[in-house]
Design a protein around this ligand. Structure first.
Ligand code: NAP
Length: 259
């Protein structure tokens, strides 16, 4: 399918690896020029070069912490006017509900709620003026079904989801859609880190931890960044203009619910 977005320009936050990289690759395959961001320059530059080589699109890189005002300023200066914004950042650490202090919540809110909101506020007005835009926020399965040990994530992402629900309906009339992608478990470094916690807690091998988790998923496996990226690219396509304020779960059926 021709996604109809060849020649558009996209900003992808936190995209040197994992799900953000999957989105970058899929948009590049559709002919979109990219501005990619991550903190570590080495992996970022390597991923950007691989995308240039594979797809022949323009890729600008900005090594910066997207969760800080300084980092966002650098990224926004390099990005300029973009048609597509993919919001992403690292997820908060796991823990217990009684251990998190105000500073822990502020950090999680900064990363997974206030940063995407700041970028939406910075970039959506230009999209509205130009009459077309797409915003996709990478959130989590935990928005639909809380994961106890990820309480910081549950809280921050629920806040972003509420903001998007209202805001998406205020900007849709100008041709701008805002939607959320909710990953269940995907085979990335983040999954390795979460499974590493299980290894420590249960004294089992990483392979066993992965197999145990996969067995809880109706699809019987982890998702891939390619599958995730393809869903993102579709939401960014010309065909998805009537999809507004939705929360699309990509979890292999793991969340047991009817709607
Ligand atoms: P990942 O494989 O660990 O990749 C994270 C990417 O984000 C890397 O490119 C990393 O590069 C970059 N990054 C992290 N913090 C950043 C920051 N402050 N500023 C700029 N870039 C930053 O993670 P992932 O699995 O793709 O997960 C992406 C998001 O989806 C996370 O919020 C995660 O919690 C959520 N999620 C993932 C899963 C899953 O199973 N994978 C499930 C549910 C939710 P640098 O480290 O160099 O900055």
């Amino acid at each position: 399918m021709d996604l109809g977005i060849k020649g558009k320009r996209a900003l992808l936050c936190a995209s040197s690896k994992g799900l953000g990289l999957g989105c970058a690759e899929a948009l590049a395959a559709a002919g979109v020029d990219l501005v990619m961001n991550a903190r570590g320059a080495e992996a970022l530059d390597a991923s950007a070069q691989a995308i240039r080589d594979a797809h022949g699109v323009e890729v600008t890189t900005v090594a910066a912490d997207i969760t800080t005002p300084e980092g966002r300023q650098l990224v926004l200066e390099a990005a300029g006017a973009v048609d597509i914004l993919v919001n992403n950042a690292g997820g908060p650490p796991p823990g217990m509900w009684h251990d998190w202090e105000r500073e822990d919540f502020i950090k999680a809110l900064d990363a997974n709620m206030l940063t995407p909101i700041a970028l939406i506020k910075a970039l959506v007005p230009g999209m509205m003026d130009r009459g077309w835009g797409r915003v996709v926020n990478i959130t989590s399965q935990s928005v639909k079904a809380p994961i106890g040990v990820l309480g910081l994530s549950n809280s921050a992402r629920a806040g972003l989801t509420g903001y998007v629900a209202g805001t998406s309906r205020q900007v849709a009339g100008k041709g701008v859609t805002i939607n959320n992608l909710l990953p269940g478990i995907h085979a990335t470094d983040r999954a390795d880190a979460l499974d590493g916690g299980v290894v420590k807690a249960k004294g089992i091998t990483l392979e066993q931890a992965r197999a145990d988790r996969a067995a809880t998923i109706p699809a019987g496996r982890y998702g891939t960044r390619e599958e995730f990226g393809a869903a993102c690219a579709f939401l960014c396509s010309v065909h998805a203009g009537f999809i507004v304020g939705q929360n699309l779960l990509l979890d292999g059926g793991a969340t047991n619910m009817t709607i």
